[in-house]
Design a protein around this ligand. Structure first.
Ligand code: UT7
Length: 324
C-alpha cells in the first residue's frame, strides 16, 4: 500500500485582471511583467469573496473524482495563510460547508509550501493508518494583502485554491516521497508585518503593514537553490534519478525561475507544466491548481514520473515525487 492521489480539483475567482488593466492603475507595463515574470493575467477576488468560496468547489471536485463522500473524510489539512478568519481555521470552515462530519480539520501555515507540507503530513498519517481518507487543500485569497500602489509586488500575485484527496491503495497515482525544509532566519525576505501578535490591528494600525513585502532578487536565488536541493532529496528518498523524471510541476512564481529549474534538471520545457501566464503566483495554490490542470488536461499520462516542487515565505520549501 502507498499513499495515492485519488482525485483533484481547483477553483478561482471569475474576475480576471490583465497586465493591461494594471497599466491603467500603476506605473507598469505588460511588456515588463511578461518579460520579467511570464504573467499575463491573474484571478482577483471581488469584495466579499473569501477562501472557502473557492476551497469548497475545489474540494467537492476532488471528492467527486475520488469517488468519495464528504462523510468519508477523516482529516482536512488546508495549506493557507489567508483563511476566512484568523480563527476558526480555513479547514474548519471547509469542513462545515462540506458536511465532513467525522473529519479533524486544521490549517498548515507554510505560505506557498502549504499544499506540499499538507501532502507530507497526509502521507505520514497514512503510513500509520492506511484506512484514512485525507483532503489536502492549498490556496489563497492573497490579493487582500497586496498594495496596489506597489508595482514590485502587486503585479505578481493572484487568487486560487486547489485540492486533492489522498488515501492508501495498492494502485493509483502513488506518492513515492515527500520532502520539506524551512529557514526561519530568512523570514523577513518575504513577509506580512501586521495582523499577527507582533503588530496587531489596533486603532493606529498602518494599513501598509497588511501588505506583502518581498526582497525579490534575494528570494529568486533562494528559490532556485532550495527547490533543487529538496527535489534531489525527494528523488533520493523515492529511489529515483532526475533522468527518470518525465514531468515537472513547479511553483508558479516566476517564468524565469521555472526555466532555470528546467535547465538545472536538463528537461525540455514541454515536460514542465506552466500556468503562471493565467494565474500569477497564487502562493499555496500554485501546486494543487497546476496538479489539477495537469491531471485533467492530459498533460500527465499514465506512467509519468512527476516531480512537484515549491518555495515560499518562512522561508519554506518542499518537493514530492509521484508515479502517475
Ligand atoms: O512565491 C514565493 C517566491 N517568490 C519568488 O520566487 C519571487 C522571486 N523574485 C522574482 O520573481 C523577481 O525578483 C521579481 C519578479 C519580483 C522582480 O524581478 P527582477 O528582475 O528581480 O526586478 P528588480 O526587482 O531587480 O527590479 C528591476 C527594475 C527596477 O527598476 P530600476 O531600479 O532598475 O530602475 C524596478 O523598480 O524593474 C522595476 N520594476 C518594475 N517596472 C515595471 C519592478 N516592478 C516593476 C513593475 N513594472 N511591475
Amino acid at each position: 500500500m502507498h499513499s495515492v492521489i485519488l482525485g483533484t480539483g481547483s477553483a478561482a475567482p471569475e474576475n480576471v485582471v490583465t497586465n493591461h488593466d494594471l497599466e491603467k492603475i500603476m506605473d507598469t507595463s505588460d511588456e515588463w511583467i511578461v518579460q520579467r515574470t511570464g504573467i499575463k493575467s491573474r484571478h482577483i477576488s471581488l469584495p466579499g469573496e473569501k477562501f472557502s468560496d473557492f476551497a469548497l468547489p475545489a474540494s467537492r471536485l476532488a471528492l467527486e473524482r475520488a469517488g468519495l463522500e464528504a462523510t468519508d473524510i477523516d482529516f482536512i489539512f488546508a495549506g493557507t495563510m489567508t483563511p476566512d478568519y484568523l480563527m476558526p481555521a480555513g479547514a474548519c470552515s471547509v469542513q462545515a460547508l462540506l458536511g465532513a462530519e467525522k473529519a479533524t480539520a486544521m490549517d498548515v501555515c507554510a505560505a506557498c509550501s502549504g499544499f506540499i507540507y499538507g501532502l507530507s503530513i497526509a502521507d505520514k498519517y497514512l503510513r500509520c493508518d492506511p484506512t484514512l481518507n485525507i483532503l489536502v487543500i492549498g490556496g489563497e485569497i492573497v490579493s487582500h494583502h497586496l498594495d496596489w500602489d506597489d508595482r514590485t509586488t502587486a503585479v505578481l500575485f493572484g487568487d486560487a485554491v486547489g485540492a486533492a484527496v489522498i488515501g492508501a491503495r495498492a494502485d493509483g497515482h502513488r506518492i513515492l516521497a515527500v520532502e520539506t525544509g524551512s529557514n526561519g532566519n530568512l523570514g523577513e525576505l518575504l513577509y506580512i508585518q501586521g495582523t499577527g501578535s507582533a503588530t496587531p490591528v489596533t486603532r493606529d494600525f498602518d494599513i501598509k503593514d497588511n501588505y506583502i513585502q518581498m526582497r525579490g532578487r534575494e528570494i529568486f536565488k533562494h528559490a532556485i537553490k532550495n527547490m533543487v536541493e529538496v527535489s534531489n532529496r525527494a528523488l533520493a528518498n523515492a529511489g529515483k534519478t532526475v533522468e527518470e523524471i518525465t514531468k515537472i510541476i513547479p511553483h508558479q512564481a516566476n517564468m524565469r525561475i521555472i526555466e532555470m529549474l528546467a535547465k538545472q534538471f536538463k528537461k525540455p520545457m514541454e515536460e514542465v507544466f506552466v500556468n503562471i501566464d493565467r494565474y500569477g503566483n497564487t502562493s499555496a495554490g500554485t501546486i494543487p491548481v497546476a496538479l489539477n490542470e495537469a491531471a485533467t488536461t492530459g498533460f500527465l499520462e499514465p506512467g509519468d514520473l512527476v516531480l512537484l516542487t515549491v518555495f515560499g515565505g518562512g522561508l519554506t520549501w518542499a518537493a514530492a515525487v509521484v508515479e502517475w
